[in-house]
Design a protein around this ligand. Structure first.
Ligand code: 5GP
Ligand code: MG
Length: 173
Protein backbone atom coordinates (compact mmCIF):
# COMPACT_ATOMS: atom_id res chain seq x y z
CA UNK A 1 0.00 0.00 0.00
CA UNK A 2 1.16 3.51 -0.82
CA UNK A 3 0.12 6.97 0.26
CA UNK A 4 1.05 10.51 -0.75
CA UNK A 5 3.67 12.44 1.21
CA UNK A 6 2.30 15.10 3.61
CA UNK A 7 3.36 17.98 1.40
CA UNK A 8 4.25 18.17 -2.30
CA UNK A 9 7.90 17.69 -3.23
CA UNK A 10 7.51 20.35 -5.93
CA UNK A 11 4.59 22.79 -5.82
CA UNK A 12 2.55 23.91 -8.83
CA UNK A 13 4.09 27.38 -8.40
CA UNK A 14 7.63 25.96 -8.50
CA UNK A 15 6.79 23.98 -11.63
CA UNK A 16 5.33 27.10 -13.21
CA UNK A 17 8.43 29.19 -12.48
CA UNK A 18 10.85 26.56 -13.72
CA UNK A 19 8.86 25.92 -16.90
CA UNK A 20 9.07 29.59 -17.77
CA UNK A 21 12.90 29.56 -17.63
CA UNK A 22 13.14 26.17 -19.31
CA UNK A 23 11.00 27.45 -22.19
CA UNK A 24 13.44 30.34 -22.64
CA UNK A 25 16.34 27.83 -22.86
CA UNK A 26 14.41 25.76 -25.42
CA UNK A 27 13.43 28.77 -27.53
CA UNK A 28 17.11 29.28 -28.37
CA UNK A 29 16.90 26.08 -30.42
CA UNK A 30 14.79 25.93 -33.53
CA UNK A 31 13.13 22.55 -33.03
CA UNK A 32 10.82 21.23 -35.75
CA UNK A 33 9.07 18.54 -33.72
CA UNK A 34 8.50 17.77 -30.06
CA UNK A 35 8.25 14.03 -29.58
CA UNK A 36 6.44 13.44 -26.32
CA UNK A 37 6.60 10.05 -24.60
CA UNK A 38 3.16 9.14 -23.31
CA UNK A 39 1.60 8.92 -20.90
CA UNK A 40 3.71 10.45 -18.15
CA UNK A 41 4.83 13.53 -20.06
CA UNK A 42 1.42 14.66 -21.34
CA UNK A 43 1.05 17.54 -18.89
CA UNK A 44 4.67 18.68 -19.09
CA UNK A 45 4.64 18.57 -22.91
CA UNK A 46 1.44 20.61 -23.09
CA UNK A 47 2.68 23.23 -20.63
CA UNK A 48 6.17 23.59 -22.09
CA UNK A 49 5.02 23.63 -25.72
CA UNK A 50 2.57 26.48 -25.16
CA UNK A 51 5.35 28.47 -23.51
CA UNK A 52 7.65 27.94 -26.50
CA UNK A 53 4.69 28.97 -28.67
CA UNK A 54 6.40 28.72 -32.05
CA UNK A 55 3.82 28.31 -34.84
CA UNK A 56 6.19 26.07 -36.82
CA UNK A 57 6.88 23.75 -33.86
CA UNK A 58 4.94 20.51 -34.25
CA UNK A 59 4.09 17.98 -31.56
CA UNK A 60 3.73 14.21 -31.87
CA UNK A 61 3.23 11.46 -29.33
CA UNK A 62 4.80 8.07 -28.96
CA UNK A 63 4.32 5.43 -26.33
CA UNK A 64 7.29 4.13 -24.38
CA UNK A 65 6.53 1.64 -21.66
CA UNK A 66 8.91 -0.02 -19.29
CA UNK A 67 6.89 -0.06 -16.09
CA UNK A 68 3.98 -2.38 -15.31
CA UNK A 69 2.04 -1.46 -12.21
CA UNK A 70 5.27 -1.48 -10.28
CA UNK A 71 7.65 1.21 -9.05
CA UNK A 72 10.69 -0.56 -10.54
CA UNK A 73 11.85 -0.53 -14.16
CA UNK A 74 12.53 -3.94 -15.69
CA UNK A 75 14.94 -2.62 -18.32
CA UNK A 76 12.80 -3.66 -21.27
CA UNK A 77 11.35 -0.77 -23.25
CA UNK A 78 8.52 -1.05 -25.74
CA UNK A 79 8.20 1.87 -28.18
CA UNK A 80 5.17 2.35 -30.38
CA UNK A 81 3.89 5.09 -32.71
CA UNK A 82 7.24 6.11 -34.24
CA UNK A 83 6.24 4.80 -37.66
CA UNK A 84 3.53 7.46 -38.11
CA UNK A 85 5.81 10.48 -37.59
CA UNK A 86 7.97 12.24 -40.20
CA UNK A 87 11.38 12.38 -38.57
CA UNK A 88 13.81 12.46 -41.50
CA UNK A 89 15.91 15.67 -41.51
CA UNK A 90 13.89 17.15 -38.64
CA UNK A 91 15.32 18.77 -35.50
CA UNK A 92 13.71 16.67 -32.79
CA UNK A 93 13.16 17.47 -29.12
CA UNK A 94 12.30 14.31 -27.19
CA UNK A 95 10.33 14.98 -24.02
CA UNK A 96 9.83 12.52 -21.19
CA UNK A 97 8.57 12.92 -17.64
CA UNK A 98 11.54 11.48 -15.78
CA UNK A 99 15.00 10.09 -16.42
CA UNK A 100 15.54 7.22 -14.01
CA UNK A 101 17.67 4.21 -15.04
CA UNK A 102 17.98 5.79 -18.51
CA UNK A 103 16.67 2.69 -20.33
CA UNK A 104 13.66 4.47 -21.83
CA UNK A 105 15.47 7.56 -23.11
CA UNK A 106 18.41 5.56 -24.43
CA UNK A 107 16.11 3.21 -26.39
CA UNK A 108 14.10 6.14 -27.68
CA UNK A 109 17.12 8.06 -28.92
CA UNK A 110 18.60 4.94 -30.55
CA UNK A 111 15.33 4.15 -32.35
CA UNK A 112 14.98 7.76 -33.49
CA UNK A 113 18.56 7.97 -34.73
CA UNK A 114 17.85 5.16 -37.20
CA UNK A 115 15.16 7.32 -38.85
CA UNK A 116 17.61 10.01 -40.02
CA UNK A 117 16.67 13.16 -38.07
CA UNK A 118 18.80 16.31 -38.51
CA UNK A 119 19.36 16.38 -34.73
CA UNK A 120 18.01 14.93 -31.48
CA UNK A 121 17.93 16.75 -28.14
CA UNK A 122 16.32 15.41 -24.99
CA UNK A 123 14.35 17.13 -22.26
CA UNK A 124 12.95 15.69 -19.03
CA UNK A 125 10.96 17.32 -16.28
CA UNK A 126 12.75 15.33 -13.58
CA UNK A 127 16.16 13.70 -13.34
CA UNK A 128 17.16 11.03 -10.80
CA UNK A 129 20.89 11.06 -11.56
CA UNK A 130 21.73 8.56 -8.78
CA UNK A 131 19.53 5.90 -10.41
CA UNK A 132 21.29 5.81 -13.78
CA UNK A 133 22.13 2.31 -15.03
CA UNK A 134 22.89 3.01 -18.70
CA UNK A 135 24.91 5.83 -20.23
CA UNK A 136 22.27 8.48 -20.94
CA UNK A 137 21.84 12.13 -20.10
CA UNK A 138 19.22 14.77 -20.87
CA UNK A 139 20.16 18.03 -22.61
CA UNK A 140 17.47 19.91 -20.66
CA UNK A 141 16.29 19.09 -17.13
CA UNK A 142 13.47 20.72 -15.17
CA UNK A 143 14.42 19.53 -11.69
CA UNK A 144 17.05 17.25 -10.18
CA UNK A 145 15.46 14.98 -7.57
CA UNK A 146 16.61 12.33 -5.11
CA UNK A 147 15.92 8.64 -5.39
CA UNK A 148 12.25 8.73 -4.40
CA UNK A 149 9.24 7.47 -6.33
CA UNK A 150 7.20 10.48 -7.42
CA UNK A 151 3.70 10.98 -8.78
CA UNK A 152 1.52 13.84 -9.98
CA UNK A 153 1.82 16.33 -12.84
CA UNK A 154 1.43 13.49 -15.34
CA UNK A 155 3.33 10.84 -13.39
CA UNK A 156 1.37 7.86 -12.14
CA UNK A 157 1.36 4.87 -9.91
CA UNK A 158 -0.84 2.21 -11.57
CA UNK A 159 -2.46 5.07 -13.54
CA UNK A 160 -3.53 6.98 -10.42
CA UNK A 161 -2.31 10.47 -9.36
CA UNK A 162 -1.56 11.78 -12.89
CA UNK A 163 -3.96 14.70 -12.78
CA UNK A 164 -2.57 16.29 -9.61
CA UNK A 165 -1.00 19.69 -10.41
CA UNK A 166 1.99 19.20 -8.06
CA UNK A 167 4.67 16.53 -7.73
CA UNK A 168 4.43 14.31 -4.67
CA UNK A 169 6.47 11.44 -3.29
CA UNK A 170 4.71 8.14 -2.75
CA UNK A 171 5.41 6.48 0.59
CA UNK A 172 4.93 2.82 1.47
CA UNK A 173 2.54 2.24 4.40
P1 5GP B 1 13.87 4.62 -16.99
O1 5GP B 1 13.66 3.87 -18.26
O2 5GP B 1 14.77 5.83 -17.11
O3 5GP B 1 14.26 3.73 -15.85
O4 5GP B 1 12.47 5.14 -16.52
C1 5GP B 1 11.82 6.07 -17.17
C2 5GP B 1 10.33 5.84 -17.02
O5 5GP B 1 10.01 5.16 -15.80
C3 5GP B 1 9.66 7.18 -16.94
O6 5GP B 1 9.23 7.60 -18.21
C4 5GP B 1 8.52 6.90 -16.00
O7 5GP B 1 7.41 6.44 -16.75
C5 5GP B 1 8.97 5.79 -15.12
N1 5GP B 1 9.47 6.28 -13.80
C6 5GP B 1 10.74 6.32 -13.36
N2 5GP B 1 10.82 6.84 -12.13
C7 5GP B 1 9.56 7.15 -11.79
C8 5GP B 1 8.98 7.76 -10.63
O8 5GP B 1 9.63 8.14 -9.63
N3 5GP B 1 7.63 7.92 -10.66
C9 5GP B 1 6.85 7.54 -11.71
N4 5GP B 1 5.56 7.74 -11.62
N5 5GP B 1 7.37 6.97 -12.82
C10 5GP B 1 8.71 6.79 -12.85
MG1 MG C 1 7.23 7.11 -18.97
Amino acid sequence: MYKLSKAPLISAQQIDTRLESLAQELKAFDFDVILSALTGSYMFSADISRRIANPKLQIAFIKASSYGDSTESNGKVKISGLGDIDIKDKRILVIDDILDTGNTMKSLVESLAELGPASIKTCVLLNKESRRVVDCHADFVGFEIENKFVVGYGLDYANDYRTLPEIWTLEEV
